[in-house]
Design a protein around this ligand. Structure first.
Ligand code: SF4
Length: 315
């Protein structure tokens, strides 16, 4: 079960903003799921992206040819109730990665020289600075590694944890360091968060954002227009807008697909091209983040094909 943890920063923000509160506080729907009284919410998958199946050594997921996902920790500064990895996030003990685990990952990379990109994720890797620092140092030493990515929500959930030490670590990496920050609502762009983004940028990180369509949080053209416009203005390039994964226990966050397509179509018409993220479905039990066509085209809104050509129903 995903633990409940809310940072002081988000508690304050939640008092003023319902969309922030809904992301972090337990809801009636989720409680009914825990009590096994909600069959709708119990449908879906525990691990829709098949990460357990593709885990090659502890913490390393190799699904796509040239890149690996590294789950450095299962801890976050606050736990999002709609987390795709809620099957294991917040299991702190299970998520501990040691230096020996990192060495096993490096050995795997050396045996697979086609891998040129590492994506640090979790949990939130920025909440475990010691092992992150070690991993960054070790991975960046490998000549085969050309790109380093870090996925985080820390600038939103606990911006003061973007420390000088972390910034210095990023500054020293010779490869481009892309930091993907998870944003859901413009209310998350507080002055502390904007300042954390600025510090990361000044340390040389290239910033991009990831967002998920969430019912009752951001399923509105106006909210997403404001979010993506403000992000590009503070130097964070909107990158992906996801359909919420069909994970057990989070069905109440899923927005009707046609509504999402209509919102995304309207956003495409009006946003600056730079502020437009790619709207995708991460194929459940499949392969690939599949771009969703917009209402400029007529298309089958019931199914799509993943990277391997497998037909998938839109859930
Ligand atoms: S910060 Fe990321 S990993 Fe942590 S709970 Fe939220 S979505 Fe999950």
């Amino acid at each position: 079960m995903l633990a409940v943890k809310i940072s002081g920063h988000l508690k304050k923000l939640s008092k003023k903003n319902d969309a922030v509160r809904k992301q972090f506080y337990l809801s009636e729907s989720e409680l009914r799921f825990f009590q096994k009284e909600d069959s709708f919410n119990s449908s879906g998958f525990s691990d829709p992206l098949l990460e357990e199946q593709y885990e090659k050594t502890k913490g390393l997921v190799h699904k796509y040819k040239n890149r690996v996902l590294i789950l450095l920790t299962l801890t976050c500064a606050a736990y999002c109730r709609f987390c795709t990895r809620r099957r294991k996030v917040s299991d702190i003990e299970k998520g501990i990665i040691s230096q020996a685990d990192i060495q096993k990952m490096l050995a795997y990379l050396l045996k697979n020289p086609e891998i040129d990109e590492v994506i640090f994720s979790g949990g939130d890797p920025l909440t475990s600075p010691k092992i992150l620092k070690y991993a960054l140092k070790e991975f960046s030493r490998l000549p085969q590694i050309k790109i380093i990515r870090i996925g985080t929500r820390l600038p939103v959930s606990n911006p003061k944890f973007i420390t000088k030490d972390l910034l210095l670590t990023i500054k020293k990496i010779k490869q481009p360091v892309y930091v993907g920050i998870h944003f859901e609502h413009p209310a998350e762009l507080t002055k502390e968060t904007i300042s954390a983004c600025e510090k990361l940028r000044k340390a040389g990180a290239i910033l991009y954002s990831q967002s998920v369509f969430l019912k009752g949080v951001n399923d509105s053209y106006e909210i997403l227009y404001e979010l993506f416009t403000k992000l590009i203005q503070i130097g964070v390039r909107p990158y992906y807008l996801y359909r919420c994964d069909p994970v057990q226990g989070i069905g109440h966050f899923r927005v009707p697909f046609k509504k999402e397509v209509a919102i995304a179509t309207n956003l495409r018409k009006n946003l600056s091209g730079l502020a437009w993220p790619t709207y995708v479905i991460d194929a459940a039990e499949g392969n690939g983040k599949i771009p969703v066509p917009l209402d400029f085209w007529e298309f089958n809104k019931g199914e799509f094909k993943d990277f391997l050509g497998n037909r998938k129903n839109i859930i």
